[in-house]
Structures are given as structure tokens and as C-alpha cells.
Ligand binder design. Structure first.
Ligand SMILES: C[S@@+](CC[C@H](N)C(=O)[O-])C[C@H]1O[C@@H](n2cnc3c(N)ncnc32)[C@H](O)[C@@H]1O
Length: 384
């Protein structure tokens, strides 16, 4: 049952009780009255709302209806990020997908609330919707510089205003490496970690901030970032989804009448793909995780990385891939991980995977040498 009040606000009887949503809730229910991908439904609804504020209201209504069980079976919001990535971080759906990732967002919020002291100056690099900058201001910061390179900066300003801290949060529209601040900050917070955590420029941005924007000894969140790798065996259906196998080549030969075996030759040792955790969580691990890169901002501000790591094999099997994930230490108490086996892990990132062009049979005691480079293409490479 849906009741529409005179101001357009809707009361909806949801499985867990009655919920109240803004007028746009009616349009959301209408659009999703037939099954369709979440991104498609939101794209249809975006034409019915005005401006950033309207878009934010729409997305939060979709999230409310979804968590109340009204939008049953809707695709996972975190997958929306990848549908919306064409427009990158200028597109609001990509930010909604980040906010929908509870372990990510709560991890950063908690560490930030623990760290901010009343009267401090906080710098956020990559403010997005402004959630962290607003939280810093609400935690007592005297000034928050919210630096954002895309037009989503306008949303961040409205979010700060909506939380009555618009006078504390100062939006700076531009790249952190290209702007100047009127005073140095006591604390730097950023969540500019990509699937490969270093690819979005966190090293360059943090090193530059330390030199130009921060007081000596400033707190940095995240404080440490580690990239880890695990040798893995894939079940046949997963293997065919992500690798070019002899069986797949045979099927394509039959289906298309073309011999494509030279594809494997062209792949060299293998290639890197970024995969959702719903795939990578099912893989059999053939050894313990090994640290491929480790950056501790307490002591080190590198802008390039180049490592070679030995992955130890502890179980017999066929190594099809090396799965990687990261751990971002936020403060002494908390960390966020993209380890697909961690049920409490973050969901808005994918796992970079090095797929071997030719799978290797391995036994306990064997080791595999993996190179990691940032910047570098490929970033991961299995060495002979
Ligand atoms: C993953 S989003 C995080 C947004 C927000 N902080 C949150 O936690 O929801 C990263 C944002 O940082 C911005 N960004 C990345 N590097 C930046 C830089 N060096 N300077 C300014 N903005 C940056 C991107 O445009 C994007 O909006």
C-alpha cells in the first residue's frame, strides 16, 4: 500500500514496517514495477529530477526502498559503479555505489571521527559527495578544505550546507596537486584508492600534500596501504569466464569456423583483469597471501614502486591466476580490506588478477615470482 500525501511525500508499507520517502519514491516504484537493471532504472529516473540535489534525493530514495525490501532483487548497488564508470567520478551513481559500500564508508568515517581534534584544520583530497569533509566538520574541525577535481564538488558543498557546516567546509574545485591552500592542515584524509590501490594517484597526491599542504607530523588517513597476492586455481566455469582455455578455443572454432589459437601466443605470460569479488571469492587458494607492496605514510612517501615477490605454494594444484587485494590501514584500530574472503570486506572495489596464459601445475614447496610496478603496464607480471 502506498499513500501519497498532499506535499507529495509517500508512505509505503514495506516488509519491515511503514517507511516515508520523498515524492520521487512513487516514480521509483513505477519504474521498477517491471524487472530491469538498476543502472537502467536510475538512468530513466534521472530525467525526472532536477539538478544534483534531485539526483542525490533520487539515489538515497532508491537505497531506502532497497534496504526496506520494497525493491526486492534489485542488482547490487556496488555493481552500479562499474555501469556508471563511463562518466567516472563526475557521475553521481558512481558515488552512490561508494556510499552503498558500508565497510568502506564506515571505516573511513570512524577513523576520521577518532582522529579529528576540535579546532584542527583538515584537508580532504577527493571529497566526492563531501561525506568525509562534512563528518570532519561535525567532529569539530575549525576548517576543512574539501578538494575535488570533478563537478561533483558542487554536491559536496550542498551536503555540507545541508548539515549546517557549510561555513567550515571550504570546497576547492581542482586537483590537489595543482591548488594552493590558505593554511596548512593538521590532518589529511583521502579515499582515492583504485582497485589497484595506487592507480588513482594516492602516492603522488599524498607526497605532494605532505610537502605543500600539511603541517609537520600531520595525521594521514589511510596511514598505510599494502597490496597482497595469492596464487589461485579456478573452477572450470570461472576459468572459461576469465581465461582463454583450449576448450574455449575449440568451442569458438566450432561456433565461428575460425582458428583463434594464436590468441594465446599473443598474450605473452598472461594479462591483468579486474574482477568482482563475487567471482574471486570462490577460487581455491594454493598458498598464503604475500605482500607485494607496502607503503607506510608514517615513514615513507614514495611516488613509484617496483617489487619482485616470491609466492609460496602450500597445496598441490593448477595455478591459473594470481589474485590481488589490498589492505588500507586507516588508524591504529581499523583497516579496510578488499580480500574477497572477508565477509566484512569492502565491496565497491574489484580485485586485480594476473591470469596466466598457460596454467602451471604446482606442488607444495614451489614458488612463483611476481613483479609489481607502479606506474607500469602491466602492473603485475609473473616472472619466468
Ligand atoms: C573514491 S572517490 C571518494 C569520494 C568521497 N571521499 C567518499 O569517500 O565517498 C574519490 C574522489 O576523489 C577525486 N580525486 C581523486 N584524486 C584527486 C586529487 N588528486 N585531487 C582532487 N580530487 C581527486 C575523484 O574525482 C573522486 O571524486
Amino acid at each position: 500500500m502506498i499513500r501519497v500525501k498532499s506535499d507529495g511525500v509517500c508512505d509505503i508499507d514495506a516488509p519491515g514496517g511503514r517507511i516515508r520517502v520523498p515524492a520521487v519514491g512513487l516514480a521509483v516504484v513505477a519504474v521498477f514495477s517491471r524487472p530491469r537493471p538498476l543502472a537502467e532504472g536510475i538512468a530513466a529516473l534521472e530525467t525526472q529530477v532536477a539538478g544534483h540535489q534531485g539526483a542525490l534525493e533520487l539515489l538515497s530514495t532508491v537505497m531506502t526502498l532497497r534496504s526496506a525490501g520494497v525493491l526486492e532483487g534489485a542488482a547490487d548497488l556496488h555493481e552500479l559503479q562499474f555501469d556508471a564508470m563511463g562518466e567516472g567520478f563526475a557521475a553521481l551513481p558512481s558515488h552512490a555505489a561508494l556510499l552503498a559500500d558500508g565497510p568502506r564508508t564506515l571505516g573511513w568515517l570512524r577513523a576520521l571521527r577518532r582522529a579529528v581534534r576540535p579546532g584542527q584544520v583538515v584537508l580532504e583530497i577527493g571529497a566526492g559527495t563531501g561525506i568525509l569533509s562534512t563528518a570532519a566538520a561535525l567532529a569539530g574541525a575549525r576548517r576543512v578544505f574539501a578538494v575535488e577535481s570533478t563537478d561533483v564538488a558542487g554536491v559536496a558543498a550542498r551536503v555540507a550546507d545541508g548539515n549546517r557546516v557549510g561555513d567550515v567546509v571550504q570546497l576547492v574545485h581542482g586537483w590537489s596537486t595543482a591548488i594552493a591552500l590558505s593554511e596548512p592542515a593538521d590532518l589529511l584524509v583521502s579515499e582515492i584508492l583504485d582497485d589497484d590501490p595506487f592507480q588513482e594517484g594516492v602516492l603522488e597526491a599524498t607526497a605532494d600534500a605532505r610537502q605543500r599542504h600539511l603541517l609537520p607530523g600531520a595525521t594521514v588517513i589511510p596511514s598505510r596501504i599494502r597490496l597482497l597476492g595469492v596464487p589461485a586455481e579456478l573452477a572450470p566455469e570461472e576459468l572459461e569466464r576469465h581465461a582463454v582455455t583450449p576448450e574455449l578455443l575449440q568451442r569458438w572454432r566450432d561456433q565461428y569456423g575460425i582458428e583463434l589459437a594464436s590468441l594465446i601466443e599473443s598474450m605473452g605470460v598472461g594479462y591483468v583483469v579486474n574482477l568482482l569479488r563475487k567471482h574471486t571469492a570462490t577460487w581455491t587458494r594454493l598458498g598464503p597471501p604475500v605482500v607485494l607492496a607496502d607503503v607506510d605514510f608514517a615513514t615513507d612517501f614514495p611516488t613509484a614502486l617496483s617489487t619482485v615477490s616470491e609466492l609460496q605454494v602450500s597445496a598441490e594444484g593448477v595455478c591459473h591466476a594470481v589474485l590481488t587485494y589490498f589492505e588500507a590501514q586507516l588508524d591504529e584500530e581499523s583497516a579496510v580490506t578488499t580480500d574477497p574472503l572477508r565477509g566484512d570486506g569492502a565491496t565497491s572495489w574489484r580485485n586485480p588478477v594476473f591470469v596466466l596464459a598457460r596454467p602451471r601445475r604446482v606442488r607444495a614447496g614451489d614458488s612463483l615470482r611476481l613483479a609489481y610496478r607502479y606506474p607500469g603496464s602491466p602492473s603485475l607480471e609473473l616472472l619466468p
